[in-house]
Design a binder for this molecule. Sequence first.
Ligand SMILES: Nc1ncnc2c1ncn2[C@@H]1O[C@H](COP(=O)(O)OP(=O)(O)OP(=O)(O)O)[C@@H](O)[C@H]1O
Ligand SMILES: [Mg+2]
Length: 365
Amino acid sequence: MPVTEAEVMQALSRVKDPELGRDVVSLGMIKDLKLQGGQVDFTLELTTPACPVTDQFKEAVHDAVASLPGVTGVTVALAAQVRGASGGGPGPGALVPGVRNIIAVGSGKGGVGKSTVAVNLALALHKTGASVGLLDADIYGPNVPTMMGLDHPVQPSGQGIPVAESYGIKVMSMGFFLAEGQAVVWRGPMIHGAIQQMLRDVEWGDLDYLIVDLPPGTGDASLSLAQLVPLTGAVVVVTPSQVALEDGAKAIAMLSKLNVPILGIVENMSYFLCPHCQQPVDIFGRGGGQKVAQRYGLDFLGELPLDPTVRIGGDDGVPVLIGTPDSPATQSFLAVARTLAGKVSVHNMGRDQAIPITLFSTPKG
Ligand SMILES: Nc1ncnc2c1ncn2[C@@H]1O[C@H](COP(=O)(O)OP(=O)(O)OP(=O)(O)O)[C@@H](O)[C@H]1O
Ligand SMILES: [Mg+2]
C-alpha cells in the first residue's frame, strides 16, 4: 500500500523544530508535498536561511518520513522565509514596513567593536542568503561607510533617500552627508529627526534583517530608535575585561529600561590567536561575556577573536567576511550570526504566541 499524505503529515508532526520547540507541521514549515507511489518530496521552509541546525533538522524530517511503511524514497528541499514579529506580515511599524526584523547592536562603552560586529554580522547574515540592511545610528561618529568601503556622499533625491549598497547590503549613514572631517553638533531632538529620516525616508525595500549600529553608551540615538520602531531586539557587545563587563551591564540596564528585548551577548576580542604558535592568548581575560549573560539570564551568542585582519578589514573597507572568507575570524562571525538568527526566530515565535519576553530589572544571583 502506498503511503498517504495524511500519514506523511502525521509523521512530520512528531518532528519538532529544535529551536522553536514546536512541530514542523503546526509551524507551517512543510510546503509542496508531493507523493508519487512510494516517493515523497517536500520542502522544509526554515524561519531563517541562517538556521544554525539546518543539517540535523533536515535529517530528522527526512528520517521521520523514510521510516514509514510504503515509502521508497524521500527528497527534502530546503527553503527559508524569515518571519517578522507577526509571523511574516508587515514589518516593525509603519516607518519601515518592508523590514521584518530590526536588530540593534549596542554596548555600554565605546570602542568595544560594535560597528565591526554590526558590519560583519550583517555580511554574515547576507552570506547565508538573507536580505540585509545596515543603518549607522552613530550620528556623531559614523564609521560604517569607511568599514563598508563606501566613502562617496549620497545626494538626497526629491522623495526618498536612495540607499547605498555595498557587498549586497543596503547601507545608510549620517557619514554619507558629511564632508570629511566635518562634525555634527546636534541636540537630542535633531538626532531623533535624523534617525527617523534614516528609517522612514530611506528606500529600504524588503529586508529580512536591518542591523543598526548604535553609538557608544546610553545616548539619544538608542532612545529614539526604541521610540520610533518596535525593535526585534538588541545584541550587546562586550569585551572580556572586568571594566568592560561593568559597562556591558549598564547597556543591559539601559535597553531593558527602554523595553528593548536583548537577543544576546557577544564577547568581542575574546582571545588572540597567536600567528606563531596558533595558541589562543587571553589578552583581556576570557569568558566574561558568558558570565554577564548568565548573571542576567540572557543568551550568549558567541566569542569573536581579536584578530588584526578584522581591524585591517574595517580600515580598508573590505570587511574580514569579504576579504578573508576562510579565516577563523570569519567563521566566528558566521557562527554568531547563525546563533543570532536562531534566537530571532525563537523570539518572534514567542511574540506570535503572546508569550511575554521576560526582561530583567535586577540581576539574578
Ligand atoms: N575582533 C577584533 N579584532 C581586531 N580589531 C578589532 C576587533 N573588533 C574591533 N576591532 C577594532 O577596534 C576598533 C574599534 O572597533 P569599532 O569601531 O568597531 O568599535 P565601536 O564599539 O563601534 O566604537 P565606537 O564606540 O567608537 O563606535 C576598530 O579599529 C576596529 O577595527
Ligand atoms: Mg562604532
